[in-house]
Write a protein of this length. Structure first.
Lengths: 153, 157
């Protein structure tokens, strides 16, 4: 039986980046996609899709419903691993995933070309694996293996 | 048609003003998705709110996209083989919370993936001399090495 992966990102640039990484993974895994807007479901037709609460630093209290939603989804789906490109809602799934003993993978957005995002720095305390999309930001802990552009030099 | 998009979170009047002033010389329809624009553009069609499907229709119809340095727009343009000119927001001018658009724009310019205009002079020159505008096809997936690395990590016992 193939492994199950929960792939999480907020609508917008984070979601577009996630799809470029996670859709090819459908070839090897059972995928469950999670995002913050119902419209996102139309971009992963034929795949399982769950909605979660969107929030940012300006409405941080919403992390509470987001946290409980993450617990519920992860308990129900029992994924082997959780991957996310951010932002804040992805971080919540990663933290809950870690607490529930799942492998957790953070891929920092390509928009963070000079240093890791604030969410990424927090994620690095919880993630089992963390990637940057810029070679010169890689350290021992933060790995680089390519980016969402794909076949550019 | 040229479609200008600045995202849905913050205004970007500097870009809209440059395009509005340049529009009479472009001899082409210009439609802009704006957000809380502080003035009324005279020469372009400015729309305050676009539902996602209306946005996609304009995006697909456009010959050229002009955009802030938002990664979603940049990747969507490249995936759809649309030429795009990226004009980054500058936080020092109050256009964003931090300078990540400027940093990202500089680095994607080095990668050669998109046309990046760093100031009014550069974007004016690109729009008036269309032959400088190139585009790169990127397919629909991230680097195979990144996907492989993630999958290897997942499969590890």
């Amino acid at each position: 039986m193939s492994k199950k992966i929960l792939a999480v990102a907020s609508i917008g640039g984070h979601w577009i980046q996630l799809l470029r990484i996670a859709r090819p993974m459908e070839e090897h895994y059972e995928m469950v996609f999670v995002s913050t807007h119902p419209k996102c479901a139309t971009m992963v037709e034929g795949q399982k899709f769950c909605l979660t609460t969107d929030f940012s630093r300006s409405d941080a209290w919403k992390l509470i419903p987001s946290f409980f939603k993450a617990i519920k989804t992860i308990r129900k789906e029992k994924p082997d691993a959780i991957i996310t490109t951010g932002a804040a809602p992805g971080l919540i799934y990663l933290v809950v995933g870690k607490l529930l003993g799942r492998k957790t993978i953070w891929i920092d957005s390509i928009a963070n070309a000079e240093h890791l995002s604030a969410s990424g720095r927090m994620a690095s305390k919880f993630a089992s694996r963390i990637y940057t999309q810029w070679k010169d930001l890689a350290t021992g802990e933060i790995q680089y293996a390519g980016n969402v552009f794909g076949n550019t030099k | 048609m040229i479609f200008v998009t600045i995202g849905t979170q913050l205004p970007f009047d500097r870009l809209i003003k440059i395009i509005d002033e340049l529009a009479p010389q472009l001899h082409e329809e210009v439609i802009a998705q704006v957000y809380q624009c502080g003035f009324t553009p005279k020469n372009i069609k400015a729309i305050d709110f676009l539902a996602p499907d209306e946005f996609n229709t304009l995006f697909d119809k456009a010959r050229l996209i002009v955009s802030h340095a938002g990664m979603g727009t940049i990747l969507s343009a490249l995936q759809k083989d649309k030429p795009i000119i990226v004009f980054p927001r500058i936080a020092a001018l109050g256009e964003h919370r931090n300078e990540h658009q400027l940093a990202t724009a500089r680095k994607i310019k080095e990668m050669g993936a998109v046309n990046v205009a760093m100031n009014e002079e550069e974007i004016t020159s690109m729009l008036l001399n269309g032959n400088q505008i190139t585009f790169q096809h990127i397919g629909n997936r991230a680097s195979p090495s990144l996907i492989q690395s993630i999958e290897d990590f997942i499969d590890r016992p």
